[in-house]
Design a protein around this ligand. Structure first.
Ligand code: CTP
Ligand code: ZN
Length: 152
């Protein structure tokens, strides 16, 4: 297997093993354009991967991810790996894990859902992982990938 040449980073996060084609959604999740306009970001798409055939990679300099960002990434890329880099070394490596209950991370797609009218945190049960299927515990509306990625 030929290794892909992408520059190593000094400090920050490498999100590896992203499902091919999902890198742009990952950038939306971490709010690159919005919150980190001056951050150096390297994106590799559709690169060969031993395990996955092809994959995407996102490297973000100087930033470590928040918990809700990791939860969102798990929804679109269940086998992604989050590598924390300090001084060029991988100091932490963890697989994302889809939670069984998603609290306050997404908004219900049903405009009549009570969560839009009362001060209630949204809650979705993960009914199916692939393809993703979430169900609002208040109104039972089902949300699929297309409803989810719209919110990123
Ligand atoms: N990486 C980086 N900059 C660094 C160190 C690592 O961009 N200073 C990247 C590597 O290119 C790789 C990822 O972070 O994409 C994980 O690095 P490493 O654990 O060294 O690679 P692997 O052993 O291949 O990872 P895995 O076992 O998770 O596939
Ligand atoms: Zn609802």
């Amino acid at each position: 297997m030929k290794e892909v040449k992408v520059r190593k980073i000094k400090n920050g996060t490498v999100i590896d093993h992203i499902v091919a084609g999902q890198a742009l959604n990952v950038l939306r999740i971490i709010g690159i354009a919005r919150e980190y306009p001056r951050t150096t970001v390297t994106v590799a798409m559709n690169v060969p991967s031993g395990k996955m055939g092809t994959k995407d990679i996102v490297k973000v300099e100087g930033k470590e991810l928040k918990e809700d960002e990791v939860d969102k990434i798990s929804l679109i890329s269940q086998n992604a790996t989050i590598n924390i880099i300090r001084d060029y070394e991988v100091v932490e490596k963890k697989k994302v894990k889809m939670p069984s209950l998603l609290e306050g991370v997404l908004v219900c797609a049903n405009p009549n859902c009570i969560t839009h009218f009362e001060n209630i945190k949204s809650k979705f049960i993960v009914e199916k992982e692939t393809p993703i299927k979430l169900r609002c515990i208040y109104c039972e509306r089902v949300m699929k990938e297309e409803d989810i990625v719209k919110q990123f």
